[in-house]
Design a protein around this ligand. Structure first.
Ligand code: SAM
Length: 349
């Protein structure tokens, strides 16, 4: 079966583990700046918590900052209060998000404290120094192994940094007619603009007056805003794992209820008349269908009897068999060369 033939995990979890292992070794073996025993270390975007566990096992006091909610570990838009003795920062695939994370790290590190940035060669770690240099100065490579690299820099005494989340808020034109000025933050999906797949989804979606609607994977809130624009009495819920995206969506669609949640995990027990989604199928660099699976497996338990799931996917995503398994009356209601918009119903009473 081809790589795309099943809704299985990609190697993304393995990739996180390897990168964390390479980073932990730098601290353990003192390959870079030495850390005092019991140092207070800020660990950024360690999705699966591997590095946090390794550094804690070495006796350091680890504080986590991850913007993405993973399982029962909620994401946060900005790190907690410093100062920290050091920071380990997982390279982000989105340059703007990486740049913001560097400024956030600099805002909680004292002058001279080490910053380590770690990531894989095919994620662009070799060129990460160019983004680091304006904030931290040019880094040095302290280790390179297993197709990963760890770069080290020190917090300079004088740095021009943006120290508050509000300084990273920006405005873009409204993604749809009839909406107001639109807020976005670095790394939010499609930079807060209207994605082509989302446009296809909305073109297929009828007005949903009076309905309770879940915008699953809400991003900056485009789907929720469209639903409320066309049906102001709808009860709309934003479900999003990225704390910064949810912050933007909350500002853009104040009439919707916001749930910071890894798929359905932190959504209170309730059922919806409609679930509408342009779901993610990447995690970091790799393709990963875990969230799509969680959306579909949860859908029959989250829809009222007869309720509908509306979802857009790229044509090659092999979603049909699982849809047929979990819902009924599965239909492609719109399709073009790249996308399919699906509608499927929860079984009636
Ligand atoms: C393809 S984007 C769609 C965003 C928005 N609905 C739109 O159409 O512009 C998918 C969104 O799912 C979010 N996401 C990723 N993993 C998630 C998870 N485990 N649970 C909920 N949302 C997740 C991403 O942060 C991203 O905002």
């Amino acid at each position: 079966m081809s790589r795309r033939g099943r809704l299985t995990q990609s190697g993304s979890e393995q990739r996180e583990a390897v990168a964390a292992e390479v980073m932990a070794r730098v601290v353990d073996e003192g390959l870079g700046a030495p850390l005092p025993a019991g140092a207070r270390v800020l660990v950024v975007d360690d999705l699966d918590g591997h590095l946090e566990r390794d550094l804690a096992a070495l006796g350091h006091r680890v504080v986590r900052w991850c913007r993405l909610t993973v399982g029962d570990r909620p994401g946060a838009p900005w790190p907690g209060a410093g100062p920290f003795d050091a920071c380990c920062l997982r390279l982000s695939k989105v340059k703007a998000a990486f740049e913001m994370a560097l400024h956030a790290a600099a805002s909680v590190l004292p002058a001279g404290a080490p910053l380590w940035v770690y990531g894989a060669n095919d994620e662009g770690i070799k060129s990460a120094g160019r983004v680091m240099a304006p904030v931290f100065g040019p880094p040095t490579t302290v280790d390179a192994r297993r197709h990963c690299r760890v770069l080290e820099a020190r917090r300079p005494a004088a740095a021009s940094i943006r120290t508050r989340l509000a300084e990273w808020r920006s405005f873009v034109p409204p993604p749809l007619p009839g909406l107001r000025q639109w807020v976005t933050y670095p790394g939010v999906f499609a930079k807060g603009t209207l994605d082509i797949g989302t446009a296809e989804l909305l073109a297929a979606l009828p007005p949903l007056p009076g309905a309770r609607v879940a915008d699953f994977g809400a991003g900056s809130g485009v789907v929720a805003a469209a639903v409320l624009r066309d049906a102001p009495d709808a009860d709309v819920h934003l479900i999003e794992a990225d704390a910064l995206a949810l912050q933007a969506a909350h500002e853009n669609v104040p009439g919707a209820k916001a749930h910071l949640s890894d798929a359905w995990a932190a959504v209170p027990p309730m059922r919806f008349d409609h679930i509408v989604s342009n779901p993610p199928f990447h995690r970091g660099k790799g393709e990963d269908f875990a969230v799509l699976r969680a959306l579909l497996v949860g859908a029959p338990h989250r829809l009222r009897p007869g309720g509908a799931l509306w979802m857009v996917t790229q044509r090659q995503v092999p979603v049909g068999p699982l849809l047929d398994e979990v819902l009924t009356a599965v239909e492609v209601v719109r399709e073009d060369g790249r996308f399919r918009v699906w509608r499927a119903l929860a079984p009636g009473d």
